[in-house]
Structures are given as C-alpha cells and as structure tokens.
Ligand binder design. Sequence first.
Ligand SMILES: NC(=O)c1ccc[n+]([C@@H]2O[C@H](COP(=O)([O-])OP(=O)(O)OC[C@H]3O[C@@H](n4cnc5c(N)ncnc54)[C@H](OP(=O)(O)O)[C@@H]3O)[C@@H](O)[C@H]2O)c1
Length: 315
Amino acid sequence: MAKKVIAVMGATGSQGGGLVRAIQNDKSGDFTARALTRDVNSDKAKALAALGAEVVQTDIDDPASVNKAFEGAYGAYCVTFFWAHFSPEKEQAEAKSMAQAAKDTGLKHVIWSTLEDTRKWIPLSDTRMPTLQGKYKCPHFDSKGESDHFFTDLGLPVTILLTSFYWDNFIYFGMGPKKGADGKLVLTLPMGNAKMPSIAAEDIGKCAYGIFKRPSEFIGKTVGIAGEHPTGAQMAASFAKALGQPVSYNPVSWDAYRGFGFPGAEDLGNMFQFYHDCEKDFAGARSLEFSRSLNPELQTLDQWLTANKSRIPLE
Ligand SMILES: NC(=O)c1ccc[n+]([C@@H]2O[C@H](COP(=O)([O-])OP(=O)(O)OC[C@H]3O[C@@H](n4cnc5c(N)ncnc54)[C@H](OP(=O)(O)O)[C@@H]3O)[C@@H](O)[C@H]2O)c1
C-alpha cells in the first residue's frame, strides 16, 4: 500500500526535523514525510532527502505555496516561526493560512504546534508583568494560543499540541550555565523554586509522530508534552553531574531578566513568570507519562545532557 504523506512545516528546524526523522526512520511505518523548506538545496534539506523524504519548496508567507505543499497529503504538521520576525500578527496570518490550506486540500489529520494564550491566566490589566506590543503579555505564546481557533473554526481534524521549552536552548539561545567572575558555572533562570516543563527538541517530533499514528485517539483533542519537569536547582544539579564541575542556580527576578536587553528578553521574562505563577496548570497540561506513551524514547534531562554537553557554550 502507498504510504500516507505528512507535510511537515519547519522540516529543517527543531520540531519539524524531529518529525521527519521519526517518520523516515520507521521504515515499516504507514507514513512518509514531505519536508517543506524555503531552500531545497540547503545541507539540512539534502540530509532529509537522503533519509527518503520528499523535499518541497515552500514559504509559509506565500499561501499559494502552502496550498501546493499540502496538496495530496494525508496530514500536516503546522508550526510557525515567531523568532524569525517577532510579530504576533504575522504569526497569526501564517497559522490562518496553514489552516485554510489544510481545509482546501482536505487533510485527514493536522497537528497545530501551539502554546497557551497566557492572557487567559494573566489578563492585560494584571500589573505583575508588563504588557508587550500593545496587547500581549507573552507575545510568542499568546499569538499561538490566539491562533488555535483558526484550526477549530474550520472544523479541521486537528490535534492541538502544547509543546515545551527545549533544552536545546542551552546550546543555541545561550541559556546554559555561564562562568561567573570566580570562574564557577552559574545557571541563571527566573524560575524561583517552580518546576519547568521542558524537553529535548528532537522528542517533540517523535511525540508528534506518535499522535499521527493514533488519529482516532487524538483528533479533536488538545494534548501537552514534556520530557521532565525539573526545577532550576535540579537543572543546575544535572549540569553539574554531566559537566563534572559545580554549577549553582541563580534564580534572578523576572524584572532583572526582562532587563537583560537581548531581543525577546521581555517576552521570555514574562514567559518564565507565567511558568512560575501558573506552574500547576502549565505543568499539569504536560504529563510525562502521556508524553512517554507517545514516544517511548523520550529523553530525561540527564540523558540529553550526556549526549549534548559538549555542544553547550560555557563562556
Ligand atoms: N525554543 C523553544 O524552547 C520553543 C519551545 C516551544 C515552541 N517554540 C516555537 O517553535 C517555533 C519555531 O520552531 P522550531 O524551533 O522547530 O524552528 P527552528 O529550529 O528555529 O528552525 C526554523 C525553521 O523555520 C523555517 N522557516 C523560517 N521562515 C520560514 C518561512 N518563511 N517559510 C517556511 N519555513 C520557514 C526554517 O526553514 P528553512 O530555513 O529551511 O526554510 C526552519 O525549518 C517558534 O514559533 C517558537 O516560538 C520554541
């Protein structure tokens, strides 16, 4: 029987890449991946083609190309790229156009990769954190959560997937431990003593594959995933074990983090405050047992650190 095609947005990125690899590595599975990218000739695109994925040129900001990319597919993994433009309005337009393309092409199963609209917990009138870009508390969360309705309004066979903070941010976003003036490593995160649901980025794709394999259980549902729920102190202890040197935890205030000045610092400061203040609901929506049922290879932070510690910049 012909394999069912899953069109994967962001196939050369963290979430989509994990999904393409999960699909293509399961040789006896029912699915094959269509990897969507702006540049079919990039090294990352070529690596996906080498796994047997069909690689198709697509720009998420060109609705006609998204329609073409979804044509003839069974399903699609829909993710947006907030940090490419920092614009909630653009992100919402991208979500809307993917939902419309899924409707136009009659897809049988769509996964929408989203996050909470934090304003449902912390309304704009709440002064504990600043309002950003005029009408958001945490723009990269709120605009995704606000976009969920594009998928549900059209009556799509959709699974709404709440993802988690990637441990890969310790490699790529400079969020890992850094040497202090005394040369000792410090993990700086504004998380107080709260738990932080988080995951190896590669496992998001593997969990998504688990969802595509069990459509009758997950179409019409909202599900959340995480690899672990460590506290800041537990993360520092894991780093210390993996790196073989002391790592202390520095739970800075949210105001201090928002003031760090890098692009997105305020958005992330508000995000960490939301994680902290709404810990019960945020962690409660991301069961580890459930995540492992989708992806039996789900990594713990210790496992991820053992495999990736040499890639984490410490200077
Ligand atoms: N970092 C975290 O902890 C975290 C946690 C949860 C959710 N998220 C969310 O994850 C999303 C990003 O996903 P990711 O981390 O998987 O991506 P990523 O690893 O940052 O990779 C970026 C991807 O975006 C694609 N892309 C960018 N602009 C595009 C366009 N105009 N048309 C088509 N593709 C485009 C790139 O593809 P090409 O260059 O090949 O075209 C690439 O695959 C963000 O919205 C972020 O808020 C992040």
